[in-house]
Ligand binder design. Sequence first.
Ligand SMILES: [Zn+2]
Length: 398
Amino acid sequence: MSTKMLLPMAAIVLAASSIQAQDGVADDPLKKIVARLDLQRYKETIRGLTKFGDRRQGTDRNRAAIDWIEAQLKSYGCTNTERIHYEYQPPPPGGRGGAGRGGAGRGGRGSARGGAVLRGERGPTAVNNDADLQPDTRLRELNSQPSTPGPREEVFCTKIGATHPEEMYIVGAHMDGIGYGEAANDDGSGTALVMELARVLSSPDVTTERSIRFALWNNEETGLNGARAYVEQRKDRQGKEDPPGSGKYPEPKWLGMIQHDMMMFDHGMPNRDGTVSEHQRPEADVNIEFQSRSKFAAQAAELAWIFHAANEKYATDYPAAVGNHMTNTDSDPFMDLVPALSLRELERGSQIGAGWDPTHHQPIDVFSHFSDGDFRLGLNAAQTTLGAVAQLAGAKLK
Ligand SMILES: [Zn+2]
């Protein structure tokens, strides 16, 4: 009798311990790698970026920020930094149009960018172009130099794959901002995320089978010009060994492009008067979007669900949601060439497009405006991408 009783118990204990072994930090080396991210370091990297004000493209503060980012990447051990050079000429005045202010409180259905659908209450959406609306005089002075047309640069560095240096994932964010704040959320939050991943994956005791490129795009806010320049200059160089026989691949074949743009603010739908809650909502999530109209939609959807699973496995606080209307970010120029995703605080079309983030392109997009609940959403997005990319690229701890 007693042995018959013991057998099922033993089986349950064995099953439970094997689940623990799979889920335990001690037994999953990727969990150890992801655990090298932390909230204070993430916040400090964002704070470092905000020292350059809104980092508007074509200004000294933008160029100084690129130099600082490059120095940081090198200090993390991602020493093979490179720069893309391109030319930016703004379109003639009145040429772009359509930047009008969306009004608040126009409830109900409507169409949004990227093929999304608007529902419910809306807040205002607009770009602040008035430098005098920045109440902080120190910051107003820091942001005072206007943008000048002409040559532009952007920086990236690469973790070289140990067994497949000829293939890579691209992890990106845009380092330029607008709105006469500090571009803390848009897109200091994404830029810091990419920099933190470069730090963790460049550690001497981490190897990856495939390469990973960490790219900090410029000129996103003027129409994705920095990412477009990269695609134009590099798409035909993919996977070519140069010089032949060297084992070096200046442009590894693109396996996927993952963009990070506005990672912190998910305070829910606006109230009827257009105002938004001051608190991160407990249901906040990381929005993983692909574009169903892209040539690589099916593969991008598959990639999105890999990121969703990585969120469930590696993110400590907030879940993820997958959507199919990726739009208005640096992954767009890649999406017909390679599976492309964007990660955000909110869906770009239906939520940011309906005014859910009142800091967007406004003078209040400053470091001090955000709370730890906000910063933690960005950290969870970092855990999600690090877990997914580490798995995809075959990361190992020595
Ligand atoms: Zn942005």
